[in-house]
Design a protein around this ligand. Structure first.
Ligand code: HEM
Length: 459
């Protein structure tokens, strides 16, 4: 039976959200972690890489996420001169690059383009240059789809472009956002904002403070230092793809064809609502652990937030199936590991050695109180509300769209080759799925930095 307990705390803060006021709290509530201030020597060819420090949490090495993130989706409009627009956007991006270090103390900007953009503006060039996924026998940019645990009304979006901003400083994000989207050929479709971390040094994390200030149901149940609303650290180093592993070319899954998109990657963007009350009231700590990780863990003490997921802890598919038959349950992390970790030692295209058990996807998701967005050009269509709601803007980089789909299907108990664990997709036995609801999804391609502005129009 679902318990409900609507405790509204800090109602004044919740009321402020209508004017965007809630996000003004972010700077007051979050203290920036210590970061290297120096600009790295030269910018990387990859747009999706950001120099993130690590620290230790409960003895496990964890990546310190940027405190603040935002994604703006937009469409191109009033465009008569594609090359001119390309130059203008690149000028603005270069100005931003020269203003901020490419670290969370400065700003990371990642510009991603969709199939809609490629079809509408550069369809002939795209046919010749978009990379091809050899393993899946399809383009790296696959059509956006729903997954078994998605509701039937999950919106599959068709924006031209998405820009991800990451920084410890909200004002850096806001200044860059304005510069880019003041360009006359962009019409903004949505603005999505959020936060993560801030609690590794002790005290309350930013998600905890923000949820309590907004008064979302279940906020008081979030553990104080929790990196994200659901109470577990999700950026341990071993669970995130290292270096350039998520580039199209690194693991050999993808044929780069002309090579135009070398150093690029695939980005999936979704918004997921989280039912915090159901999570904390209907699941006790032990059940939360088996749901987030896997059944049968014996090394997790009560209240632990950072549960080691090193290469030795990885569950291959056979182990997951065995455990499921024994316990009737599977965990989020373990189900995905069957597809998100390397099954054998692998040498990357550039000679880098990746041991068996290395993670491939690079997640950049962050919590939000947007419901579902901070701004929408189509408030009715997007179901916009000014009541804050707990959720995640999920952002992840994979070598291809198919690689992302393998991970996301595994999260629902469906493995490559079609094998399916016998469980209803939103059942409590299936990882986090029963407390998550995906509202929006879209796939994008992230070109290398040198082609980030209206890719292919110069050809
Ligand atoms: C609200 C939603 C979600 C929450 C709170 C969440 C949380 C977590 C946590 C706590 C972990 C384990 C910690 C770690 O390995 O660092 C994890 C792992 C992971 N999650 Fe999620 N997750 C969510 C949604 C998703 C979605 C939609 C995907 C898409 C496929 C995903 C992909 C992954 C991957 C790839 C891993 C790493 C698995 C591994 O290689 O160990 N997560 N997540």
């Amino acid at each position: 039976m679902r318990l409900t307990r609507r405790t509204f705390l800090g109602g004044a803060a919740a009321a402020a959200v209508g004017g965007g006021g809630l996000y003004e709290l972010v700077d007051r509530l979050g203290s920036a972690p210590a970061r290297p201030l120096a600009e790295p020597a030269g910018m990387p060819a990859e747009q999706h890489l950001l120099d993130l420090a690590t620290t230790h949490s409960e003895g496990v090495e964890v990546v310190v996420p940027p405190l603040h993130s935002a994604v703006v989706t937009a469409n191109l409009d009033n465009l008569s001169d594609l090359r001119g627009a390309q130059r203008q956007l690149e000028d603005v991006l270069r100005r931003i690059d020269s203003t901020y270090a490419l670290t969370p103390a400065g700003l990371g900007v990642t510009v991603a383009w969709s199939q809609t953009y490629f079809d509408t503006y550069v369809s002939t060039q795209a046919k010749a240059h978009l990379p091809y996924d050899r393993r899946a026998q399809k383009s790296v940019l696959v059509p956006t789809r729903r997954f078994p645990s998605d509701p039937a009304n999950t919106i599959l979006e068709a924006n031209d472009v998405a820009v991800l901003f990451r920084s410890d400083r909200v004002e850096h994000i806001e200044a860059a956002r304005k510069e880019i989207f003041d360009l006359p050929f962009f019409t903004v479709a949505s603005i999505r904002r959020g936060f993560a971390g801030g609690g590794f040094g002790g005290g309350q994390s930013l998600p905890k403070k923000m949820a309590v200030a907004a008064g979302v149901p279940g906020a008081d149940l979030i553990p104080d230092g929790s990196e994200l609303f659901l109470g577990f650290t999700s950026t341990q180093k071993a669970g995130l793809g290292p270096g350039t592993i998520a580039n199209h070319e690194t693991l050999g899954y993808v044929d780069l064809r002309s090579g135009y998109f070398r150093n690029g990657t695939h980005m999936h963007l979704s918004h997921i609502s989280e039912d915090l009350e159901a999570w904390y009231l209907n699941f006790d700590f032990d059940e939360r652990v088996l749901t987030a990780f896997r059944p049968g863990m014996t090394n997790v003490r009560q209240g632990m937030q950072t549960v080691p997921q090193g290469p030795a802890a990885v569950s291959p598919e056979a182990e997951l199936v065995r455990q499921f038959h024994k316990t009737g349950r599977f965990g989020h992390s373990a189900s995905i590991q069957a597809t998100s970790r390397l099954l054998q030692d692998t040498v990357g295209e550039d000679g880098t050695h990746y041991p068996k058990g290395t993670a491939i996807p690079q997640r950049a998701d962050f919590n939000t109180l947007d419901n579902p967005f901070a701004f929408s050009a189509d408030p009715k269509g997007d179901g916009l509300s000014n009541q804050p709601a707990a959720g995640v803007h999920f952002v992840v980089f994979n070598p291809s769209g198919d690689d992302f789909e393998r991970n996301r299907l595994a999260m629902d108990g469906v493995f490559p080759g079609g094998k399916k664990l016998p469980v209803a997709p939103r059942n409590r036995a299936a990882g986090f799925n029963s407390v998550l609801t995906t509202t929006h999804r879209q796939n994008f391609l992230v070109p290398p930095r040198r082609h980030r502005s209206l890719p292919l129009v110069e050809l």
